[in-house]
Design a protein around this ligand. Structure first.
Ligand SMILES: [Zn+2]
Length: 426
């Protein structure tokens, strides 16, 4: 197996501890040794990367990946994409995420049943570039819920799989499990960006949520949900949903419930799409001075309040801002880190932990993914600059000098940069 030695790196290890200088030896797909004394590790047989004080950190984990989404203004835009083009779009998105330092992606919902599955399989087989992928199901929803884009006189597809009542829900979940997904997605609340049930409504019934989780458990799968209303959050917790997205309208009872299961669950605000709709959506028809704009503004405020409390209580929080819509292009995913600081009051280190260590736990790889520690899987980024001082460094792929996934050097421009520096100095 190949060895790689990072010399003179500045290690931010994902634990929340301050960064420190060290050399790091990767052997095969794992971090073998971290030596705080420079030059202590033998370079024999290893590819040597001169880090020159650049930051070595864990690969990022997208906690709310929509690998098959791209450029959609309306949810039905995704339904309009033919399957052949849609496979290619999903393939390109997987590469885009890895190019931007996301070495893992947790699927939050796919737009056709087998898109995440087939790309995950190809990436795992080494035939396509992409992150580690947990493949999502389409968003299972009830008639009138988020992702039911049909009209009474006209049929529309989106990213939804419509199922009403426990019997249909059971069938939908079994179908997704049979076809190889890792995560089931259910839409418990509505959404203000959809045409039907708004975010304050909770159209999926308790017994439907219960059935979805029970059947997913039969197949040993995780369940993610879309839950904006307080009641949706409560239905999710009461029935054992693993990953609860949004939650901005959680009341005291809902926050208490989330805290009561904090060692089992994850939450994610998906703030990127709210920010994008409010501040960068004008060209796509989202006007700031409109009812929708005011709802987006209020959502940012309520999200900040709720997540301040969830953070204080130790609930595990994920980055991932619904990237894949027109106002949230794939590749911009790391912008969520700065949004966490600017909009939600996180420190830069807290935000980065959401995108690394906590993401590793989300991938069900706690203790081996998401930190720079001996024995951990070697998913690493060498960053030109200090992300803790400027999180937006991580958004621009040019600042990622090395991207390593599972011990493989996917990208390494460290040597090229040295040459350029030398030329510039002459
Ligand atoms: Zn989403």
């Amino acid at each position: 197996m190949a060895c790689t030695l990072f010399r003179n790196a500045h290690i931010w290890d994902g634990s929340g501890m301050p960064a420190y200088p060290a050399d790091v030896l990767v052997d095969g797909n794992r971090i073998n040794t971290i030596a705080r004394q420079s030059g202590a590790l033998s370079a024999e047989g290893a590819t040597v990367i001169e880090a020159r004080g650049r930051t070595l950190m864990p690969g990022l984990v997208e906690g709310h990946a929509h690998l098959s989404f791209g450029g959609a203004v309306n949810d039905s835009d995704l339904g309009n994409i033919p399957p052949e083009e849609h496979v290619l779009l999903t393939m390109r998105n997987a590469k885009t995420l890895l190019d931007h330092g996301f070495t893992s992606a947790y699927g939050a919902g796919t737009s056709k049943l087998r898109l995440d599955v087939v790309i995950r399989n190809e990436v795992n087989a080494g035939r396509l570039p992409g992150p580690r992928i947990r493949a999502a199901s389409p968003e299972i929803t009830v008639t009138g819920g988020l992702a039911d884009e049909r009209k009474h006189h006209m049929y529309y597809e989106s990213f939804g799989m419509i199922a009403d009542g426990p019997v249909e829900i059971a069938r939908a979940v079994r179908l997704c499990c049979r076809e190889g997904v890792d995560n089931i997605k259910i839409n418990i609340s509505g959404d203000d960006l959809g045409p039907n049930a708004h975010g304050g409504l909770t159209p999926m019934r308790e017994e439907e949520v219960a059935m979805a989780v029970a059947v997913a458990r039969d197949f040993n799968k995780k369940v993610n949900c879309h839950a904006r209303s307080a009641e949706a959050v409560k239905r999710a917790v009461r029935n054992g949903v693993d990953v609860i997205y949004h939650c901005e309208s959680a009341d005291e009872e809902a926050i208490d419930l989330l805290e009561s299961v904090k060692h089992k669950i994850f939450v994610g605000p998906a703030i990127g799409v709210i920010y994008g709709t409010l501040y960068e959506g004008e060209q796509f028809g989202f006007h700031r001075d409109s009812d929708l704009g005011r709802i987006m503004q209020r959502t940012i405020e309520t999200t900040a309040e709720v997540y301040k409390e969830l953070r204080r209580r130790g609930v595990r929080i994920l980055i991932g801002g619904d990237y894949g819509f027109a106002q949230t292009p794939q590749g911009d995913n790391a912008r969520d880190l700065k949004h966490f600081v600017d909009l939600l009051g996180f420190s830069p280190s807290e935000a980065l932990q959401c995108g690394t260590r906590i993401g590793g736990e989300l991938m069900s790889m706690e203790g081996e993914l998401g930190q720079v520690k001996e024995g951990f899987l070697a998913d690493l980024l060498l960053v030109d600059g200090d992300p803790l001082k400027n999180l937006d460094l991580l958004v621009n792929e040019r600042n990622l000098h090395v991207i390593m996934k599972n011990g493989d050097l996917y990208k390494d421009v460290s040597a090229t940069q040295l040459v350029q520096h030398a030329v510039a100095a002459e």
